[in-house]
Design a protein around this ligand. Structure first.
Ligand code: GLN
Length: 277
């Protein structure tokens, strides 16, 4: 048997050799999630051994990761806004930038309690569930089309006490009346698809590709849902970093006002919000 410390070192070396950007962080995640021993615990007990089958599982995971398979799919979950969401093949991985989309919505409804919110192209449900948990008495509906993603949506909803209502259906076909439409839709332009990182290409194309110019979902959602947003309501999108002006124009054309483009922590345009009269 080897010590966990030795396996941590070896895992780090494997990931570094494969060109993984932050091998120390990722090795730590694999040791903790697959090996059951966190880097902090290892530091406190450097002589502690790791059972052979756990060590083998960590080694297999490091090999998979080295081939460009996403870390989040390997461990089967990822943290978002302080909560852990199940994810895996067939669903978009929760991303840190998307937390900002949630923040915009949470702020808007800080003094407007009990909003009815619909999250379109919900995927894991990380946006919908975060909003349901963070906004007092929010009533959140999540819409997702694809079977593979719906499985994760249901699973996450169950893990968080069924706090949202999850609907399988087409996000472009509107229903009901809401105070907020929120969406991180597929927004990658067709020509950019082949340039994506191999990790991103492991995610479903249906969660990434937003048509020829990447803007198909913004056009359709802004137009189709307008009549289903209550007066004084709010719409919030995550966008690709080059799409701020274009999405602003789409919202304007469709009658929304008070349009704002917000930057993410890297200073890139990432969120567009607007209101309805
Ligand atoms: N942010 C994703 C990327 O890395 C795109 C996700 C999406 O299309 N909503 O390309």
């Amino acid at each position: 048997m080897s010590t966990a410390k030795e396996i941590l070192k070896k895992t780090e070396q494997t990931l570094a050799a494969a060109g993984i950007e932050d091998p120390e962080f990722e090795a730590g995640v694999l040791l903790e999630d697959i090996g059951g021993q966190s880097p902090a615990a290892i530091q406190l007990a450097p002589e502690a051994e790791m059972p052979t089958e756990k060590a083998a599982a960590v080694e297999a995971a490091a090999k998979r990761r080295s081939e460009g398979y996403p870390l989040q799919y390997i461990i089967g979950s990822w943290d978002f806004y302080g909560r852990r969401f199940a994810c895996g093949e067939g669903v978009l991985i929760p991303r840190a930038e998307t937390e900002l989309l949630c923040e915009c919505v949470i702020k808007y409804f800080a003094k407007r309690p009990a909003p009815r919110i619909v999250d379109l192209c919900s995927g894991t449900g990380c946006i919908a569930i975060t909003l349901a948990k963070e906004i007092p008495r929010a009533k959140v509906t999540a819409v997702e089309l694809y079977d593979g993603a719906c499985e994760y949506l249901q699973r996450n909803n169950a893990a968080f006490g069924g706090c949202i209502s999850a609907v399988q259906g087409d996000a472009l076909v509107p229903f009901g009346e809401f105070d907020c439409v929120v969406s991180n839709p597929p927004y990658v332009a067709a020509a950019e698809m082949p340039t994506l990182q191999r990790e991103v290409l492991a995610e479903p194309e249906t969660s990434l590709l937003g048509g020829e110019d990447g803007l198909d979902f913004y056009r359709a959602i802004a137009k189709n849902w307008y009549d289903h947003i209550a007066s004084g309501g709010f719409i919030a999108f995550e966008i690709g970093e080059t799409q701020g002006r274009a999405v602003e124009a789409i919202l304007k054309e469709n009658g929304y006002y008070g349009i704002s483009v917000w930057e993410d922590y890297s200073g890139l345009d990432r969120i567009v919000t607007a209101m309805k009269h």
